[in-house]
Design a protein around this ligand. Structure first.
Ligand SMILES: Cc1cc2nc3c(=O)[nH]c(=O)nc-3n(C[C@H](O)[C@H](O)[C@H](O)COP(=O)(O)OP(=O)(O)OC[C@H]3O[C@@H](n4cnc5c(N)ncnc54)[C@H](O)[C@@H]3O)c2cc1C
Length: 419
């Protein structure tokens, strides 16, 4: 049976892979995305992504203008005002976090589900869900054949692994690459603004990003994600509740409701052994946390107590080991597949989207302006490694500052993070 050919085959339909697909399609480059899952129901899909200028620019360049307009119109809002409190609800004069140039846009808080709705729209026939990549084989003519779990295959000039932190494309290209457990454990949860009002949650939590930094123990970041229902209504299916999640209980995957959310990070075994925590449901995890912080001010505890248990889970925080270099060939990588990082600077998704913009520009140079393909891929990989590995490193440092600050009380200006 003849293997179908596609100029650029993208493995993985996350923010990185889908942005690349739009960029190539916009420039008339033949491409297709092969995605394993029909529905993205991993836990973090229920949260917003904090999205920064670098990714916003890449979206603007690569999406059709009307889709970028929908993105801007439906993006959520996070509070701009910030305050640091101690566990008794008393304000603390904390050193302002080192400003980053991209923070000018830190109020962009996008539901991952809404972003996916936008990125999937108009990809139609080039998006192939239910296609799990298993391996690739380089051919003597320089092309690559990608094989899928359903027995199908595709031949391509460029195979892009955008398949996330456990990338199968990377495992084959860089078998020695390391993703490691940092030993940090994250707990997070949400409650709707409506529930917050009903339970008399302190208004400060509705309009401020609040970092609670106790004298001892770990900080909790509490902030909110405000959705504009009128903007959503103007854009039809974008922003509407995604029918894929209709059978999921609770509001975790509801992208049309504004909410307060919080997260905190502990070191291994501080909340209990992994083997126990992994068996606990949301209510039990909330109890574990409340046991640690039960002496805190009741206004703070109220946020935790009224959290919707269906939105609570504990996550192992993992990171890649930055620095891998390889000889450029027809298989390349982007996003978490090559630079998975801790969430402490909220840079992973931004970096994946930014990579997509870099790679799209290089492939346009190759396909439209005569740049040799391998030179284009080489230049992409150098640029991607430069910003991606730096982001991995700084995200690890931010995590270490955060957890160390928990041990030594208010030791660090980065003691609470707002991913
Ligand atoms: C708790 C937490 C909070 C975060 N907060 C932020 C934030 O605020 N801002 C931010 O920028 N980043 C944040 N991140 C990081 C962000 O989620 C990731 O960096 C981002 O999703 C990476 O995008 P990606 O496209 O590279 O990969 P992914 O989003 O992981 O997408 C990979 C895709 O590939 C598919 N796939 C996997 N294997 C295969 C296969 N074999 N065949 C076919 N398809 C496959 C998957 O189903 C998935 O759809 C956070 C991460 C965590 C854990």
């Amino acid at each position: 049976m003849a293997v179908p050919f596609i100029d650029v085959a993208i493995i993985g339909g996350g923010p990185g892979g889908l942005t690349l697909a739009h960029g190539l399609r916009k420039n008339g480059i033949e491409t297709a995305v092969f995605e394993r899952d029909h529905v993205r129901a991993d836990y973090v899909q229920g949260f917003r992504l904090r999205i920064r200028q670098r990714a916003i620019q890449a979206l603007e360049t690569n999406l059709p203008p009307h889709l970028f307009e929908k993105f801007l119109a439906t993006v959520g809002k996070a509070p701009r005002k910030r305050v640091t409190l101690d566990e008794h609800f008393d304000p603390i004069d904390s050193a302002a976090p080192r400003p980053e140039p991209e923070d000018a846009h830190d109020d962009k808080s996008v539901s991952r589900i809404t972003l996916r709705q936008i990125l999937l729209s108009e990809l139609g026939e080039i998006f192939h869900p239910g296609r799990e990549f298993v391996r690739a084989e380089r051919q003597v003519d320089g092309t690559v054949i990608a094989y899928f779990a359903d027995g199908s295959a595709v031949r391509t000039h460029v195979l892009v692994g955008a398949d996330g932190a456990n990338s199968k494309v990377r495992q084959q290209l860089l078998p020695d690459f390391k993703i490691f457990d940092t030993g940090v454990r994250r707990l997070a949860g949400k409650l709707t603004l409506q529930d917050a009002t009903r339970h008399g949650i302190a208004p400060l939590f509705l309009d401020h990003g609040v970092s609670v930094r106790p004298r001892s123990g770990h900080s909790i970041m509490i902030t909110s994600h405000h959705v504009d229902p009128e903007a959503y209504a103007r854009y039809g299916l974008i922003g509407a509740d995604d029918p894929s999640y209709r059978n999921t209980a609770g509001f975790h995957f509801n992208n049309t409701t504004s909410y307060i959310w919080w997260n905190t990070a502990y070191e291994l075994d501080e909340l209990g052994p992994d083997s126990v925590l992994a068996t606990l449901d949301g209510t039990q995890l909330l109890d574990v946390l409340l046991e640690k912080i039960g002496h805190w001010d009741k206004r703070i505890l109220s946020v935790i107590r009224h959290t919707d248990p269906s939105t609570v889970a504990y996550l192992k925080v993992r990171s890649s080991q930055p620095g891998a270099v390889w000889e450029t060939g027809p298989v390349t990588l982007l996003g978490d597949a090559i630079h998975a990082m801790t969430y402490f600077r909220a840079l992973g998704g931004n970096s994946a989207i930014y990579d997509a913009g870099l790679l799209a520009a290089e492939l346009v140079a190759a396909r439209r302006h005569g740049k040799p393909l391998l030179a284009a891929l080489h230049d992409y990989e150098n640029a991607m490694r430069a910003h991606g590995y730096e982001a991995v490193q700084s995200s690890l440092s931010a995590m270490l500052n955060n957890t160390a600050a928990g041990r030594t009380s208010r030791g660090s200006p980065q003691a609470a993070s707002a991913p």
